[in-house]
Design a protein around this ligand. Sequence first.
Ligand code: FAD
Length: 384
Amino acid sequence: MPDYRLSDEQEEFRRTVEDFARAVVAPTAFEYDERREFPYDVVKQMGEMGLFGLPFPEEYGGMGGDYFALCLAIEELARADSSVAITLEAAVSLGAMPVHRFGTEAQKRQWLPSLCAGAALGAFGLTEPGGGSDAGATRTTARLEDGEWVLNGTKAFITNAGTDLTRLITVAAVTGELAGGRKEISSILVPVPRQGFSASKKYSKVGWHASDTRELSFADCRVPAENLLGGRGRGYANFLSTLDEGRIAFAALGVGLAQGCLDESVRYAGQREAFGRTIGSYQAIQFKIADMETRTHLARLAYYDAAARMLAGKPFKKEAAIAKLFSSDAAVTNAREATQIFGGYGFMNEFPVARHWRDAKVLEIGEGTSEVQRMLIARELGVG
Ligand SMILES: Cc1cc2nc3c(=O)[nH]c(=O)nc-3n(C[C@H](O)[C@H](O)[C@H](O)COP(=O)(O)OP(=O)(O)OC[C@H]3O[C@@H](n4cnc5c(N)ncnc54)[C@H](O)[C@@H]3O)c2cc1C
C-alpha cells in the first residue's frame, strides 16, 4: 500500500522550516515585496540552516538529504512567501543540481561547497527572448577558440541571475550542427561576474517581487574549454532531465502557496463578521474552504508521489508533469478564492493573500507552461 505519511525525521525537519518561515520569512515578506528587494538577510539564514545544500552529499558541503527534503522545505517557505521559496528552488534544483548530476569531479569540488552554503547562487540560463517552450530553438552560441568557449547571445527571465551572491550561470548554447542540420546543444558553466557578460536591471514583474529575475547578455564572453558541463551535445538531454526533477520542487512551491491561502482563509473566516455572524458560518464560504483543502491535499499527494517515484529510481516524467500542472492550478484557484474570502482586504497588498494572488500566476508559466505539461503527459501516454 502506498504510504505518503512523513517519517518522524521528515516531520521534524518540516516543522523546523515551518517555524523558520513563521518567525523569519512571514514577518518580512511584505516589506521585501513592497520594496522589490532581494531578501539577503533571509537567504543568509537559510544558508546557515543548510537549506541550499539539502540534497547534496556531505563531501561537497551538502546536508546529505534527498530531493524530497528540498521539496518539503520549499513547500513550507512558499506557505509564507513565494519569492523566498523560488530563490531556494532555482538555486538548488536549477543552479546547483546540474553541477551535481552532470559535473566532473573537479567542477563539483569547485562549485558545490559555496552553492551548498548559500554563499554563492547559481542560475539556469535556458529561456531566450525568442521563446522558452521550444527549448531546442536555442540561438545562443558557444564556439571553441584557442582553448576557450566564446559565448554570444541573450537569455530571458533568468532567476537569481543578478544578485550580489550570483556566481555561476549554466548556459544552454548551440555548439555545432548535427547530421540532418539539427543543433548540437551543450551546457557551459559561466562564472560571473566576467568580461563579456552582463545582466540587465531587474524586470518589473506582476509577482515574485523579492526574487531576482533578469535578462542576460553574452558578447564574446570567454570561459575555459573545461567549463563544458556534461559532455558536448548533452545539453538538451541534460536540461530536460533537470527540468523533470525541477517540476517536482516547483509543484511543492505551488502546494505551499495553496496551503498559505488556506491557512489565511480559515483564520479570517472564523473572525470576520457579516450580517451578525462570522463569514465562516455561511455555507458559501465553508464550501470554498473545503474545495481549497481538497485541491491542496491532492496536489501534495501528486508531488509526494512524483518524488517517491524519482527517489525509487522509477520513471517519473509524467507524474512530475501532473504534479506541476495540478499544483499550479490549485495555487491559482486557491489564491483567487482566498482574496475573495478576504473581500476588500484581499486586494490590499499588506494582506498575504494579495501577495499570494500576484505570486500564483507565474506558477502556470515557469519551468514549463501548463500547456507544455499537458503535451508531456499526452506524449507519455503515446499520444501526439
Ligand atoms: C519570473 C520568471 C522566472 C523564470 N526563471 C527562469 C530561469 O531561471 N531560467 C530559465 O531558463 N527560464 C526561466 N523562466 C522562463 C520560463 O521558463 C518561460 O517563460 C516558460 O518556459 C515559457 O516560455 P516563454 O515565456 O518563451 O513562452 P512561449 O514559449 O513563447 O509560449 C507562449 C504561449 O504559447 C504556448 N505554447 C507554446 N508552444 C505551444 C505548443 N506547442 N502547444 C500549445 N501551446 C504552446 C505556451 O504554453 C504559452 O502559453 C522564468 C520565467 C518567469 C516569468
